[in-house]
Structures are given as C-alpha cells and as structure tokens.
Design a protein around this ligand. Structure first.
Ligand SMILES: *Cc1c(COP(=O)(O)O)cnc(C)c1O
Length: 386
C-alpha cells in the first residue's frame, strides 16, 4: 500500500517516518501512548454521549491547566498558534501596530503576529537563546503595542526585566510559552507573567495530544471572558453574538487526551530535567561544545536540549550516521527567512541570534531516553572530535 500523500506540502508524516529509522530518537510517541486503550475507552464514552464540542472535558482540562500555570484562568483553543493570535487580537492589536519579539523562534510566533495584522520587530537574543531585555527599548516606537517573548526550549525569559520595560512604556506582554509548560522562574510559573500566554499541545511538545491543540492563560477576568467568546464565534448564547469572531475551540476529544497526559506532566518534566542534567555533566568537559550556563532561579523544562558545537553540521551528520537523531532547532533565524523579505532586515542585523542558529544542535532528552543511550550519544560526540 502506498501511504505517500499526493500533495508535496503534506510532508509531516515523512518527518516521523525518517526519524523512525534511527536508534535514539526525538520521537517517542509509541511509548508515550503505550496505554492508549485507556484513552480510547474514554473517547468511546464521548462518542456515545455525542458531546463533541467544548463541554465538561474541556472545562475540566481548563481548570486543571490554570492550576498548573498558577493563573486563575485558562482557555482551550485549536493550537498554540491560535493561542498567540487570539491573544494579540483580544488585546486589540491590529494593522499598523508593532510587536517586539525574538528572531530566534519557531515560525508560528511570527505567523501569529502577522495574521493579527501587526508587524514583528525583532530584538536580538542573549547567550541563553532568549530575547535579551537590554535590546528591547531601542526598538520601541510610537507604533509598538506589545512585547512577545518566547520561553525558548522551556527556559523562561528574564520576565521581571521585560515586564518592567513593558510597564514603563505602556505595552502589553504576551508570553509564547509553547515550549515552557511547567517551567518556573523564582517559583513563578510560565504563563503567569504576561497579560496573556499561549501554550501548544502539538504531538512533539512536552504536554502532547493526538493532533493540534493549545491553551491561553491569564490573570485577567475580562480577557478570560473575551477570549472565551472569541474562540467560539463570539457567542454569548445560542442566538446572541457579542462579537463576530473565530472558531478555535480545543476539541473535546483532544481534551480527553490532554487530561490523561496532565496526570503525567510531573513525570514528563522531571524525566527531561534529569536527562538534561546528566548530559550537562557529561558534555561539559568537551572543549568543542558550548553548553549554556544554567540559571539556578529558573526551572528549565527542556522541551529542547541544545548547545553550541564547533563544526555543528559535521557533528550532526556524524551523529545521524551513528543512529542518533540530532536536530537543529532552527538553522535560519526569522529575519532571514524568505517570508521576511519585505521588512528590510539583513544578515548581520542580529549577530547573536545568527551565531546561535549557525552553531546549535539538539539531542533527544525525553523521559524515555535511558542512561545507556545517553552514554552512546556522549561517546559518539567524543569520537567525532578526537
Ligand atoms: C510549537 C510552537 C508554536 C505553535 O504551536 P502549534 O500548536 O504548533 O500551533 C508557537 N511557538 C513556538 C515557540 C512553538 O514551538
């Protein structure tokens, strides 16, 4: 049977198939969902009830997620991208506005700003790969409405500094927390620093479901009520529309999967942290690698375990040849993407971000990676440089 899709833009299944040939993988979904019959049983109940949109499962998930994020409110939406896009819309961000963000992120951060009608304005990152607060103020203009920091790889940005800048200039803050479920900074949770925050539950994120889903968190009752309307056609009731809007509900079926996974989020997080700490220990002695300094005030949840490496592309090819799924997240920063050509940015505009994009490599650190597998990875890296 030929499972290849006809449309070349339908390429995602190939990514899963390719990495499936390696021995030590980023993808672990078979093990993550080895208890899937339990989930299917709950879904069977849903099919019998016919309760496919919103309803009790979504409500329960939102309450539990809000508790985890340390915010009074959470709103389940269709994806992490929608979470960011709807957040910007709810704050009234529109055509002609500017949003300051990082050039070193996943495309969706920028896509959300652009689809909200605004213009992304980049500021460089620091050595921790996150938006550098000291680079923000020079980018503020009369059009700036918000700062959108990304907690890259699951490490919370310097939010106390960023919030202080936002307050001084009357700007909103929207956190891209898509990598940062369960992360903390001085004990405070990702998603509780900004006016709003967006989370993703994409299959390869730390809290992952069987397709797309996202969450918005907030401490504002007004924004909670507004966004609860906005993700459901703006409907106050069956017959009354408060504001013409979108349909971006978290699927009830996916809320069942999310509720199931939420029971395991501590295990998932702790497994990633333990594996990353072990890599830190074993890799720090290799002079060709640049392992970031860790901030003891920040609980980094390692959606990605990444570091700088000399001759990165050579190392990556060597690891893949040895069955290890090394990846680069991501080799081309946002301001140098073809999609950014109209904004007039050039190579050299953000030297730190560009240097990071040219040198970083990511290793699998999910909770199913074993010590023995980590030793194989470390040996393989050592052999490459010797
Ligand atoms: C995954 C991701 C998103 C978007 O999430 P989706 O659920 O895939 O739409 C946004 N920002 C970052 C940094 C991400 O990694």
């Amino acid at each position: 049977m030929n499972n290849t899709p006809n449309n070349h833009l339908n390429f995602l299944p190939n990514q899963y198939r390719e990495t499936g040939k390696l021995n030590i993988n980023h993808n672990y979904l078979d093990r993550q969902f080895s208890d899937y019959p339990e989930i299917l049983k709950k879904i069977e109940g849903l099919v019998q009830r016919g309760d496919f949109t919103l309803g009790e499962e979504v409500d329960r998930f939102e309450r539990r997620f809000a508790e985890m994020a340390g915010t009074p409110y959470a709103i389940g939406v269709g994806s992490g991208t929608d979470a960011l896009f709807l957040s910007l819309k709810a704050l009234g961000i529109k055509e002609g506005d500017e949003v300051i963000t990082t050039p070193f992120t996943f495309f969706a951060t920028i896509g959300a700003i652009v689809t909200a009608g605004a213009r992304p304005v980049f500021a460089d990152v620091g050595k921790d790969y996150n938006l550098d607060p000291s680079k923000i103020e020079s980018k503020i203009t009369s059009k700036t409405k918000a700062i959108l920091p990304v907690h890259w790889s699951g490490l919370i940005c310097d939010m106390f500094e960023i919030n202080a800048i936002a307050k001084k200039h009357g700007l909103y803050v929207v956190e891209d927390s898509c990598h940062a479920i369960n992360a903390t900074y001085k004990g405070q949770r990702a998603g509780s620093f900004g006016d709003l925050a967006g989370f993703s539950m994409h299959p390869l994120k730390n809290l992952n479901i069987w397709g797309d889903g996202g969450v918005i968190t907030t401490r504002s009752k007004d924004l909670y009520e507004k966004l609860s309307l906005m993700r459901n056609h703006g409907l106050a009731s069956r017959d009354v529309c408060e504001v013409f809007s979108y349909n971006s509900r978290l699927d009830t079926l996916q809320a069942i999967v999310a509720n199931h996974l939420l029971n395991k989020i501590e295990t998932i997080t702790n497994g990633r942290i333990a594996n990353s700490n072990r890599f830190d220990e074993k890799l720090r002695g290799i002079p060709q690698l640049n392992i970031p300094t860790r901030n003891p005030d920040k609980k980094h949840v390692y959606h990605l375990y990444m570091f700088g490496a000399e001759d990165r592309d050579g190392l990556k090819a060597h690891l893949i040849k040895n069955g290890i799924d090394a990846k680069v997240h991501y080799p081309i920063p946002m301001h140098l993407q073809p999609a950014a050509k109209d904004w007039g940015y050039r190579k050299g505009d953000f030297p730190i971000a560009e240097g990071v994009a040219n040198s970083v490599i990511s290793l699998p650190v999910h909770e199913f990676i074993t010590e023995a597998e980590q030793d194989i990875v470390v040996d393989s890296i050592r052999r490459y440089y010797s």
